[in-house]
Ligand binder design. Sequence first.
Ligand code: KG4
Ligand code: ZN
Length: 352
Amino acid sequence: MIVLGIETSCDETAAAVVTGEARILAHHLLSQLEEHRPFGGIVPEIAARAHLQHIDRMIDRSMTEAKVSFADLDGVAATAGPGLIGGVMVGVMTAKAIAAVHSLAFLAVNHLEGHALSARLIDKVPFPYLLLLVSGGHCQLLVVEGVGRYRRLGTTIDDAIGEAFDKVSKMLGLGFPGGAAVENAAKAGDEGRFRLPRPLRGRPGCHFSFSGLKTAVRHAIAALPPGPLAEADIADICASFQAAAGDVLIDRSIHAMDEVLALRPETRTLVVAGGVAANRYLRRRLKALCADRGITFVAPPPALCTDNAAMIAWAGIERLRLGLTDGLDFAPRPRWPLDPDAPPAAGAGVKA
Ligand code: KG4
Ligand code: ZN
């Protein structure tokens, strides 16, 4: 089985060719960072136009490198949501056109399912597993029971963790996106210098909150002597912030493990996925937690944590195997929760 995957839901234009044996034959990605940098964030219209401009080239390149023709494919998978709708439409229309012309299966993939199943592309992780999904738009703990079968245990009641990393980076003048920049700066920093809050730590349940931590970082910066920030100050703030974010992830993951083990004791794996899972400090801490608890820890290589098309092709393969193909009338979805039955997030005084 061979599937072409297309990812255009945010600011990366990506295509990949993956086989049913989990071999990535080709994997190409074009970041639009330069187009968005002057605006300090992603501009949806610019993203959509850039996807339109580059997607054919990414597909060509992937097909050539994989040495396959459209006739060799079994299906075409594209991210069909959630995400910036203009970009999603570009990917979905492209995939539908290829599928229609070459009589291939079309697979409308949930971007979050792409992240969720990426661990099975690099490792044959059996269902069920616990998933910590940490990205620019999401921060969730879920039980992955099977393809298309998710139970959400917790989500953020305000900001996503990647968003918090990006905001901290912006406040410190480290640029956008900021996750990797904050991680790098933190390496030389003293995590004990700034006393930052650990929102929701110790509270029951598995929800997250990051806005208070973000505000505390803003206050800590404001309390420093006026003028340009010293490199050591930047490093200490990054290290203190990253340690606080790490403490929150660990605390919430412990709650999720306890909850899941009580209900489904066969759940013996924690998978971390999404862009923030590329963070080596957070990976180390989660790995240590799992070692402590006798749970297997799986994290895709960093290049498969941030947005890519290999995970979309793989999710397409998993769905195609189960016959879960989609019609060419499938409408892209700007909002598409993995667990639509999950009750709205409530906690920390926030009512549902
Ligand atoms: O999954 P992703 O590529 O896109 C979304 O679906 O959101 O995640 C992007 C997010 C950004 O917020 C980025 O700053 C963050 O992942 N990120 C990191 C690191 N690399 C990327 N956060 C912390 N440490 C990193 N090394
Ligand atoms: Zn993503």
